[in-house]
Design a protein around this ligand. Structure first.
Ligand code: 5GP
Length: 173
């Protein structure tokens, strides 16, 4: 198993995360926010992002999976749900990467059923070419090519999540 050269380096990621947090802070100025991280992949993006958000934030998480190794199963499983009452509140969904859009769409619909006042989505990475379900992403980090990436929270088989940068994953023969 090999991890190639960084596709996105640490500095570039951190600058983008700060930019996203500033846009979110501007749009929600004078209000409060429940930030819901989609685990496990979004944990690093989430913790860096909320450090730069300067409106009051309540944290919560949802644990979901739809991937086996490097392929989407198309079936979204929720392993642990949010605990906050979000009805009438502003909600920010924080996702690592949007690929087919199936996971985010499923979670977004689930959140909408709980009647938040306003729902916005931020995703660090977007593989647009792969989209099957069109799902709005209000705060987008980077568009990337259709390659399997690891690092900065993203894994292959549970590993590489701790890398501070993002790389294209290559399987060695
Ligand atoms: P979707 O439902 O949009 O097809 O997939 C979203 C989920 O698949 C992401 O939250 C992430 O967990 C996983 N995923 C999609 N593409 C990649 C990738 O390139 N690398 C990794 N590590 N996970 C991915």
């Amino acid at each position: 198993m090999l991890v190639g050269k960084p596709l996105l380096g640490e500095k570039e990621i951190q600058a983008k995360v700060k930019e996203l947090a500033e846009a979110i802070s501007r749009d929600f100025a004078g209000e409060e926010l429940v930030a819901i991280g989609i685990l496990k992949g979004a944990f690093m993006f989430y913790s860096d992002l909320i450090r730069h958000i300067d409106v009051p934030v309540t944290v919560d998480f949802i644990i979901a999976s739809s991937y086996l190794k490097t392929e989407s199963t198309g079936e979204v499983r929720i392993h642990a749900d949010i605990r906050e009452d979000i009805s009438g509140k502003n909600v920010l969904l924080v996702e690592d990467i949007v690929d087919t859009g199936i996971t985010l769409n499923h979670i977004r619909e689930r959140i909408l059923q709980r009647a938040p006042a306003r729902l916005a989505v931020t995703a660090l990475l977007d593989k647009r070419e792969r989209r099957i379900v069109d799902v709005p992403i209000e705060y987008k980090g980077f568009e990337i090519p259709d390659r399997y990436v690891v690092g900065y929270g993203l894994d292959f088989d549970g590993k590489f999540r701790n890398l501070p940068y993002i790389s294209i994953f290559k399987r060695s023969e």
